[in-house]
Design a protein around this ligand. Structure first.
Ligand code: ADP
Ligand code: X2W
Length: 266
């Protein structure tokens, strides 16, 4: 089957009107779909209100025990359940999941190298048959950024990574498209100028953008995950504004498409 994995960023869902507009569009999106949502902005704000300062390294949150409690409450609780309630109101039957539910996403605590990220999980296995069964029943899975290690430990996992890992696991058997919806027109040459959109990125362009520091913060894991997905068989990867999602699905490029290099044999 054809499956669309759609990620919505925390900057969008932090605005009630933008969030609602996205969920309406998502409900209208045809075919099999899986939603993955972030929530980093609200997690940082909630943590700060409790005296817990956010600490991000290369776009990923360093997650100590207290931070893990905050992100679990915010992502798996408030945000996930609010999104599900809205989707039901728009006629979209959906089920909210962490990686622990139905053993959907198994991960392992990120090993300490230069940085100790704490309770952050790297995805090991996605339960694709659970997802296939839900889709076949017309129920849309909605994932937050919490996974588990099957030894009783919840782990915080970047939502772009979750979307990419779900897409690559399903791509072994299905045609999968991956859409990253966030608060910009796409990847920009000049972050302050929305009309400096880069419509197409391959590894060479990506290397240059990294070298010239055009890409930073959350865009680093987003593009890492985009290329990872393409290399592992995902059909199409797109980044852009939620309002352009339906256009993008019809091949009308209004954001940034990601491509791997195709070298001629001669
Ligand atoms: N070259 C770039 N083009 C667009 N955005 C960029 C770029 N480099 C860094 N960014 C930042 O990346 C952010 C998107 O990443 P992130 O905050 O993780 O998104 P999300 O809303 O999906 O969580 C943008 O809001 C922007 O601030
Ligand atoms: C380990 C890690 O970085 N986890 C992310 C998960 C949420 C997320 O990715 O949300 P956005 O899509 O809104 O950025 C975090 O806690 O910020």
């Amino acid at each position: 089957m054809e499956i669309n994995v759609i990620k919505i960023g925390g900057n969008v869902i932090d605005h009630p009107e933008k969030s609602e507009m996205f969920l309406k569009l998502f409900s209208k999106f045809p075919g099999n779909k899986i939603l993955v949502h972030g929530g980093g902005v609200l997690a940082s704000r909630t943590g700060k209100s409790m005296g817990i300062q956010p600490h991000m390294v290369n776009g990923r949150r360093v997650t100590d025990k207290e931070t893990l409690e905050v992100v679990t409450m915010v992502y798996a609780g408030l945000i996930n359940k609010s999104l599900i309630a809205k989707l039901q109101a728009f006629g979209q039957n959906a089920i909210g999941l962490t990686g622990a539910d139905g053993n959907a996403i198994l991960s392992v605590k990120r090993p300490v190298k230069d940085i100790d990220y704490g309770y952050v999980g790297d995805v090991k296995k996605v339960n694709t048959s659970l997802l296939e069964n839900l889709l076949q029943q017309g129920v849309t899975p909605v994932f937050c950024a919490i996974t588990h290690d099957k030894r009783g430990q919840l782990l915080n996992t970047n939502a772009d990574t979750i979307a990419s890992e779900i897409a690559t696991s399903l791509a072994k058997k299905h045609t999968v498209n991956l859409y990253f919806c966030f608060d910009r027109t796409g990847v920009l040459m000049d972050e302050k100028n929305e009309s400096s959109l880069i419509p197409l990125i391959n590894e060479d362009i990506y290397g240059e953008l990294m070298r010239d520091n055009v890409i930073h913060s959350g865009m680093i894991p987003k593009l890492e995950n985009a290329f990872n997905a393409l290399k592992k068989g995902v059909n199409h990867v797109w980044l852009g504004l939620p309002e352009n999602l339906l256009l993008a699905s019809k091949g009308k490029n209004s954001g940034t498409s990601i491509e791997t290099l195709k070298y001629d044999l001669y």
